[in-house]
Write a protein that binds this ligand. Structure first.
Ligand SMILES: C[S@@+](CC[C@H](N)C(=O)[O-])C[C@H]1O[C@@H](n2cnc3c(N)ncnc32)[C@H](O)[C@@H]1O
Length: 193
């Protein structure tokens, strides 16, 4: 999904779940969440991204002009490996887009009842699906509609077999299921620690 077209997805999510704060590990330069979510902490360790966020006042100025909420924007960028974070506080939402196993590595920063948005490009949605701490509550496709119907059909193969989690972790690739959604929405139902 192109960065531009994600705005509608983040907006649908923020509205539906009243999201005020988000953590976005492996963000690269996707700052669209800040247009609809007042407090966003971005994390990335790529040189180009660190350079992009070094002009954070410009990013904030752009967001102030294009945001859809009344609150002041709070943007924080951490130039760090998301596996080694040490941050205060818990977030309403964690965003995992094409950046590895974010939902597993940063689960401890999600509020209980908080939301994980992830796709299965690198297998993060598959890992969340196999993790009892998370419950699949909806999917979201290219039409940006949050759909909580027929969730049982996802993560099943055409010919029934178990998912090979070791292979997913090794290849960092989501398996090809019979039905695949663009993005999956999980709720943290256990403590995440
Ligand atoms: C393919 S890009 C996706 C960027 C963005 N999420 C998007 O969908 O447009 C993956 C990003 O994750 C970052 N990344 C991958 N592993 C990381 C890690 N362990 N810690 C911090 N950033 C990481 C990379 O530096 C890169 O910027």
């Amino acid at each position: 999904m192109k960065i531009g077209s994600r705005l509608a997805m983040y907006k649908a999510l923020a509205d539906e779940f009243d999201i005020q704060s988000a953590l976005y590990p492996g963000c690269h330069i996707d700052i669209t969440p800040s247009q609809v979510i007042p407090q966003v902490t971005y994390v990335d360790n790529f040189r180009g991204t660190i350079k992009f966020f070094s002009k954070i006042e410009e990013v904030e100025r752009f967001i102030e002009l294009s945001k859809t909420y009344a609150e002041k924007t709070s943007i924080r960028f951490l130039a760090a490996d998301y596996n080694d974070l040490d941050i205060e506080g818990l977030f309403d939402l964690i965003i995992s887009q094409y950046a590895g196993f974010v939902g597993q590595s940063t689960k401890k920063y999600l509020k209980q009842g908080g939301i994980l948005l992830c796709n299965d490009s690198h297998g993060d949605a598959t890992l969340a699906h196999c993790d009892d701490d998370y419950e699949l509550i909806a999917v979201i496709n290219n039409n940006h509609v949050i759909d909580s119907s027929q969730l049982d059909k996802y993560f099943r193969f055409k010919r029934q077999r178990d998912v090979d989690l070791d292979k997913v972790k090794e290849t960092m690739k989501g398996p090809k299921y019979k039905y695949n959604a663009e993005n999956y929405i999980y709720r943290l139902v256990a403590s995440g620690k």
